[in-house]
Design a protein. Structure first.
Length: 134
């Protein structure tokens, strides 16, 4: 019987590491393109999704193409989530884990969309990760 394979993913030294280590409920992380903000966002909920039953995170971008285009959030998430037990559901734009955890991707292009999603206070028991678009 072979030993279980273990996947280790490490943050880039600097701001990405600081972002992933913060205990803050809200963290503002900005900077130039290529600084690791998107990957940091993708990595952050991994500490919860496989061990907290029913955990849900939502990533927002202004438009759906910012999620689904090559190089967008969906593409980046494919570099990490399958190796860590996530199952993709492209139509729902979400990843699911065996313990019921989900990481979802959504757009906020129209102000109507924000009102349909509702008050963020409704997500009191969940973390909501909102990424700023370029």
């Amino acid at each position: 019987m072979s030993p279980a394979l273990r996947t280790t993913i490490s943050a880039q030294p600097g701001p990405q590491t600081e972002f992933l280590q913060t205990a803050a409920d809200i963290c503002i992380y900005g900077g130039a393109a290529g600084g690791g903000k998107t990957v940091g966002l993708i990595l952050e909920p991994l500490r919860h999704v496989s061990r907290v039953p029913g955990f849900t995170a939502v990533f927002f971008r202004r438009t759906t193409p910012q999620i689904t285009n090559p190089g967008g959030l969906w593409d980046e998430s494919q570099n990490f989530y399958p190796r860590l037990g996530g199952t993709p559901h492209l139509r729902a734009q979400e990843w699911r884990w065996p313990r019921g955890g989900k990481i979802k991707f959504s757009h906020l292009q129209l102000s109507l969309t924000a009102s349909v999603i509702g008050n963020f206070a409704d997500f009191a028991d969940r973390r909501v990760a909102a990424g700023a678009s370029r």
